[in-house]
Ligand binder design. Structure first.
Ligand SMILES: [Zn+2]
Length: 302
């Protein structure tokens, strides 16, 4: 929870662990307490309302969290109404990756861009699309799930149930699953003998030590990202693609194959003036985007 001004300066900020196993009432109660603490610090006279970023599919116009994948009991929770009732402030809700796109487009790596795509590569792959200056929402606010773009017709199974999604190749979960499969098929790799659970960071480190399987996995993830970005270029013709999330910090072993696929394959007109760059706001991109959402609602979006 942060109090943020119109120039995206964080005036106060608190972080507390989400009590994911407790259910919506407890989590909303914690939110209300943190909001009250922020209000005491900045004073009510400057507050215009609450911008709220939530994971998973949300219905932004109804202010409802449809599902929250890692939180227990979050099905069709009217989060905006509940928070409005308990704080007396207007509340605007958005999907976290969508709002991160808004934050990066207005105050982050894509400042000033009217056509931007944000990709976050972490446990899953999420994203947001700013098209002609506006956040693309779709008919129910579910647009821009870039992680579930099909990269192949018969690829690995994704958490969503389909096959060949970008997320199945390039997310942290996908990387670990692909590593497990290769090891089960008998591939020799120090990933097979290392202590502890397989993690994206462990795969990145093992690749640095020269392990061919770990290097192949990162390269395949980078290529899948490149193929996904190629589709996004042709669909939306962005001038900036911003990439964030923990797995994106693996560095050149992921970025180089990705950039190579984009440079090698995409029709050249789509690459003119195109920048593919890391996130500038990092963990704060969603927080800043939530503030932009609220200010745009109050001021009228540009
Ligand atoms: Zn999927």
């Amino acid at each position: 929870v942060a109090a943020i001004d119109r120039e995206a300066v964080l005036l106060t900020r608190t972080a507390s662990r989400t009590r994911a196993g407790e259910g919506p009432l407890e989590v909303i109660g914690d939110l209300v307490n943190d909001v009250a603490a922020a209000r005491r610090r900045v004073g009510d006279d400057r507050l215009v309302g609450i911008g709220l970023s939530a994971p998973g599919p949300v219905d932004p116009s109804a202010g409802v969290v449809l599902q929250a994948p890692n939180l227990r009991g979050w099905d069709n929770v009217p989060l905006a109404d509940e928070l409005r009732r308990r704080t007396g402030l207007p509340v605007w809700l958005g999907n976290d990756a969508n709002l991160a796109a808004l934050g990066e487009a207005r105050f982050g790596a894509g400042r000033g861009s009217r056509n931007l795509i944000y990709l976050t590569i972490s446990t899953g792959v999420g994203g947001g699309v700013i098209a002609d200056g506006r956040l693309l929402l779709g008919s129910r606010g579910l647009a821009a799930e870039v992680g579930h773009m099909a990269i192949s017709m018969d690829g690995p199974r994704c958490g969503c149930g389909n096959r060949g999604c970008l997320e199945a190749y390039a997310s942290g979960t996908g990387l670990v699953n692909r590593a497990r499969e290769a090891i089960a098929e008998g591939r020799a790799s120090s990933l097979a003998v290392e202590d502890g659970p397989l993690t994206p960071a462990g795969i990145a480190e093992t690749a640095e030590h020269g392990d061919p399987l770990a290097q192949e996995l990162l390269s395949a993830a980078g290529c899948a990202l490149g193929v996904g970005i190629r589709s996004l270029l042709h669909l939306f013709n962005p001038s900036v693609i911003v990439i964030g999330g923990g797995v994106s910090q693996v560095g050149p072993r992921l970025w180089d194959p990705m950039l190579e696929v984009v440079r090698g394959d995409a029709m050249s007109a789509y690459r003119e003036g195109l920048r593919i760059i890391p996130s500038e706001l990092g963990d704060d991109s969603g927080l800043v985007g939530a503030a932009v959402l609220a200010f745009d609602a109050v001021d009228g979006s540009p």
